[in-house]
Design a protein around this ligand. Structure first.
Ligand SMILES: *Cc1c(COP(=O)(O)O)cnc(C)c1O
Length: 591
């Protein structure tokens, strides 16, 4: 067996290795004492995220934020960026989704056993929450890259002997419970997380907060740095992921006082986190030197939302290898060798013969259609133009927009057949989100015999990979400006699946009309009333579907393949997490 030096990536035979070290229960092998020293002495970027999506079997994510954290970890390992990630163990996951025949969502716990995937660390830390010491233990998952790079992921866990049963449950449900439960989780993530990293002997240089949930870590940094906010700011990076003020976590100071007063002076906290209520986003903004939005449009919007803070943009990306299906991986390996660690090489897509691109797509499509037919009994077929829409079921994503004018949709379907595949979970408390699922079930019945529609249960990472590689068109219809980025369309592009999307989030940067896909509605920079914007969106959605998408798909196959190849060469080559992480390193981490 050959392993790789985690610092320089040189292959090593462990049997003969002269230089090695044991740390946190693992043995690492090095080519030289030099690499070993670097490994032992280097300081890490601590990346904090409430959710992390590594794989479907570890259900500690709910959507794009967690999957992005997973891609951050994967690309950091590939690029050998010294990064360590911290999250909650969420032993009961987010939720397992069942949908009844009537389209009602039923949620079940998504229990998993961390000991199957990771190692319990022998150290514990404690945080005072509501007048009690809460013990926190951690599980170490090590993500290994083919390049030799490794990223450790620390899963914090309060299910420790000696904790009260209430405290043991703090790390059970991702985004579960009430406000009080959420604040306890955020105390564990921020303060418990930073203490755990110290206890595990990670030498740290920067703290990156992926969304505001972890911003209480700044309080511990204040304590460590003589209550000097300037010093704390120099250490912190904050990435905001939503343009919706209402989505920021806010807590009443009564609750904060009750739970957190033993850890930190509430008066000092108010200076940074807001006078009336503790606003986690504000806390992160006030105590971070580098702040960024996740697309250029989101940056512009955030600048308006947070005057007085300088906000940069690092546009999101997805992990190229992870999100490319096996048929396209083979094709890229053959014609674009090296693409895995240099996804920018995908710009050289012209070298791939058109028939091979089409063939790879048909294979991925067949896998998906077989999967859908098996799961739902709906008899979808390989020839029909297949449109996919899968993401969290929540109001602003507007999953039902395509059903706005059912008669028009039926007429369009007579010109060229379409079939639609949906998936997505609603948060248990998101009644509007749930009603969207129910509505799609209703339309499915209404259009029976004309348009085949499937709603797949329990959307997760594995299903996302199947869907974003197996459909022909990836539909995205959020209400602008609420989609800060969106990433599933980037996964689609890696597989030659063509994007048809509202100009919001990443698509403002990715869309070249008629070249990389199509826009639904006007550019955010065009001035008009909201009413007119809604009308333009519907007009584009139906007109482009009828007069461009369907005719091109059925009658101009070469033009279609050109769109597919442009999705790879002009979208995927840029919207990947290798490019994203290189930018975090040079623009945020080295600061
Ligand atoms: C990529 C991904 C998302 C994000 O999808 P968007 O369309 O960008 O919101 C959500 N959930 C899962 C499981 C994903 O893989």
């Amino acid at each position: 067996m050959v392993v790789r030096d985690p610092v320089c990536g040189v292959p090593i035979d462990p049997e003969k290795a002269e230089f090695k070290t044991e740390i946190r229960g693992r043995t690492y092998y090095f080519c030289s004492d030099h690499c070993r020293q670097i490994f032992l002495e280097r300081s890490y970027i601590a990346f904090f995220s409430m959710e992390v999506g590594i794989k479907s079997e570890i259900p500690t994510y709910s959507g794009g934020l967690g999957v992005l954290a997973g891609d951050t970890i994967r690309s950091s390992a590939d690029l050998k960026i010294p990064l360590v990630a911290v999250t909650l163990v969420s032993r009961k996951g987010y939720l397992k989704q069942e949908i009844t025949e009537d389209g009602d969502q039923i949620e079940h716990p998504d229990e998993w056993d961390p000991s199957e995937f990771m190692d319990l660390m022998p150290v514990q830390v404690s945080v005072r929450i509501g007048g009690r010491d809460v013990k926190v233990q951690s599980w170490l998952y090590e993500h290994q890259s083919m390049t030799g790079g490794v990223v450790s992921v620390i899963f914090l866990d309060t299910n420790v002997e000696g904790n009260s049963s209430e405290d043991r449950a703090i790390t059970d449900y991702l985004y579960g419970g009430d406000e009080r439960y959420r604040l306890k989780q955020e105390i564990v993530l921020g303060i418990g997380g930073i203490r755990m990293l110290k206890a595990l002997d990670f030498n740290l240089r920067k703290y990156h907060m992926n969304e505001g949930h972890s911003s209480l870590l700044t309080l511990e940094l204040m304590n460590w740095n003589g209550m000097n906010p300037d010093k704390v700011r120099d250490l912190c990076i904050f990435t905001t992921h939503t343009p919706v003020e209402a989505a920021f976590d806010k807590f009443s100071y009564d609750l904060v006082e009750e739970l957190l007063a033993d850890e930190f002076a509430i008066e000092v906290l108010k200076e940074q986190g807001g006078r009336d209520r503790l606003n986690m986003t504000l806390l992160a903004l006030n105590l971070s030197k580098y702040i960024n939005g996740v697309t250029k449009a989101h940056m512009e919007f955030s600048r308006k939302l947070f005057p007085g803070h300088h906000i940069w943009a690092i546009t999101n990306g997805v992990h190229s290898y992870m999100w490319t299906c096996k048929y396209f991986r083979e094709l890229f390996d053959k014609y674009i060798p090296g693409w895995v660690n240099e996804p920018e090489l995908l710009v050289r897509v012209e070298g791939i013969p058109n028939d091979e691109t089409w063939d790879a797509h048909l294979k991925a499509k067949k896998d998906l259609i077989d999967f859908v037919n098996e799961k739902t009994g709906i008899d979808m077929d390989l020839e029909t133009l297949t449109i996919g829409f899968a993401r969290r079921a929540t109001a602003y994503k507007r999953a039902t927009l395509i059903f706005s004018d059912l008669e028009r949709l039926r007429e369009i379907n007579k010109k060229g057949r379409i079939q639609l595949i949906f998936a997505g979970k609603a948060h248990p408390k998101d009644l509007l989100g749930k009603s969207l699922i129910k509505k799609i079930y209703h339309y499915k019945e209404y259009l029976k015999g004309e348009i085949k529609i499937a709603y797949l249960e329990n959307y997760n990472i594995e299903m996302a990979a199947k869907l974003t590689s197996g459909v022909d068109v990836w539909l995205n219809t959020p209400l602008p400006p609420f989609e800060a980025s969106g990433t599933s369309g980037m996964k689609a592009a890696h597989n030659g699946v063509v994007n048809f999307s509202v100009l919001d989030g990443w698509w403002v940067e990715g869309c070249i009309e008629g070249v990389t896909g199509w826009a639904i509605g006007p550019s955010p920079h065009e001035q008009m009333s909201e009413e007119e914007r809604r009308a333009r969106e519907l007009k584009d959605l139906y007109n482009k579907l009828e007069y461009i998408v369907i005719p091109t798909y059925y009658r101009k196959r070469d033009a279609w393949i050109e769109l597919m190849e442009n999705s790879i060469g002009k979208v995927a080559y840029y919207f990947n997490s290798h490019r994203m992480m290189r930018r975090y390193v040079t623009e945020a981490y080295m600061l």
